[in-house]
Design a binder for this molecule. Structure first.
Ligand code: GCU
Length: 352
């Protein structure tokens, strides 16, 4: 398979163009006639999503389907499956790799299972601002090899990296101001080594699990808390069972919009290009909707008694996690290069 084209306008995608287009891939809905003289059935790609239909990524995914349908004269569309209907991100990504699910949104840490170099983007206190993160994910050249690595090894094409909020700690016991306040607390993290090590250095006990299990684990006391952005805290009702939300601001981890390389490569060339051309606007839609979603989520959580604490010694947390940053970025030259680029982006776009 030849890797040849880099697509971007705020998005990095590495696409194989070496295969003959032969149609197919995805599920046939059978309900909408194709207009290309092909099989006569519309191909509907499944997009797996682990959050609710209120999320801007869900809305962007639905719009992606509509616009793809228009752009391909009805030959292709997308159906978004929210709420982990197709499984946890760790499970779904295997299905993407084998081609039984065509599209998904995935949290950055899950990518570490395929290539540990992704961990650089998942480190605590890495990006000083949203603009710094945007600069990094609009840099095609910088990300080309990293993204290409999963195409070659796993049949997964990275279409876009998306803003996914700033993550903070919340729990059922007390407001968190210093690392000592976390002592002994069991905190859910995303499923990766970097996330486990991070929360341990921050002072808590790490409990990696898929997102869908967190509510009941908080409710039953299996977990004392978790860490996530305000939208997840509210949308998944964690605010009902863990009312102390504290602004540790320890992570700004991207989500990735992924497509099965197999599905992409079996599209006729013009349809594939139409899909790729849509990605920047879909990415922008998902990113733009996020800030408003955060505000609404905070208001909604407050209305049911959640307490937001911004009196946090972030410098103390930052100092605690520095060994993780050092050991991760110094492990090889690829990571050193990514890290140096982040430093430049941070200098160009300091915290507001
Ligand atoms: C965020 C992120 C998801 C991730 C989730 C989690 O919502 O956008 O991709 O799966 O956090 O903590 O599992």
């Amino acid at each position: 398979m030849k890797l040849s084209k880099v697509i971007l306008t705020g998005v990095v995608g590495l696409v194989s163009l070496g295969l003959a287009a032969c149609g197919g891939g995805g599920s046939s809905s059978g309900s909408t006639p194709a207009t290309d003289g092909g099989s006569g059935e519309q191909i509907v790609f499944k997009l797996a999503f682990n959050q609710t239909d209120q999320h801007p990524q869900y809305k962007a995914g639905v719009e992606f389907g509509k616009r793809l349908e228009e752009a391909t004269d009805g030959r292709y569309s997308i159906k978004v499956y929210p709420n982990e209907q197709l499984g946890t991100q760790s499970d779904v990504i295997q299905n993407l790799s084998n081609g039984t699910v065509e599209l998904m949104y995935v949290g950055g840490p899950v990518m570490e299972g395929f290539n540990k170099d992704f961990a650089v983007y998942n480190l605590p206190y890495m990006f000083d601002s949203v603009d710094a993160q945007h600069q990094i994910f609009r840099d095609t050249e910088l990300n080309a090899d990293l993204f290409k690595s999963v195409e070659e090894s796993k049949n997964i094409t990275v279409l876009a990296a998306l803003f996914a909020g700033v993550r903070n700690i919340y729990n059922s016991k007390q407001a968190v101001r210093t690392p000592d306040d976390l002592t002994g607390m069991k905190i859910r993290v995303q499923q990766s080594d970097s996330q486990v090590r991070m929360i341990e250095l921050m002072g808590a006990v790490a409990s990696p699990m898929g997102q869908g299990d967190v509510y009941s684990a908080l409710q039953t006391g299996v977990l004392d808390g978790a860490e996530n952005n305000e939208t997840v805290y509210n949308a998944l009702k964690h605010d009902e069972v863990a009312k102390f939300y504290s602004y540790t601001r320890h992570l700004m981890i991207p989500d990735y919009l992924l497509i099965s390389s197999k599905a992409l490569n079996t599209m006729p060339e013009a349809d594939r290009q139409a899909l790729l051309d849509l990605v920047p606007e879909i990415q922008k839609m998902a990113d733009d909707g996020f800030q408003d979603f955060i505000k609404k989520s905070i208001d909604s959580s407050k209305s049911i008694g959640a307490q937001f604490n911004d009196d946090v010694d972030t410098a103390a947390f930052k100092e605690r996690v520095q060994p993780l940053v050092d050991e991760t970025v110094n492990a090889n030259d690829v990571r050193k290069t990514l890290y140096a680029a982040i430093q430049e982006a941070n200098a160009a776009h300091p915290a507001g």
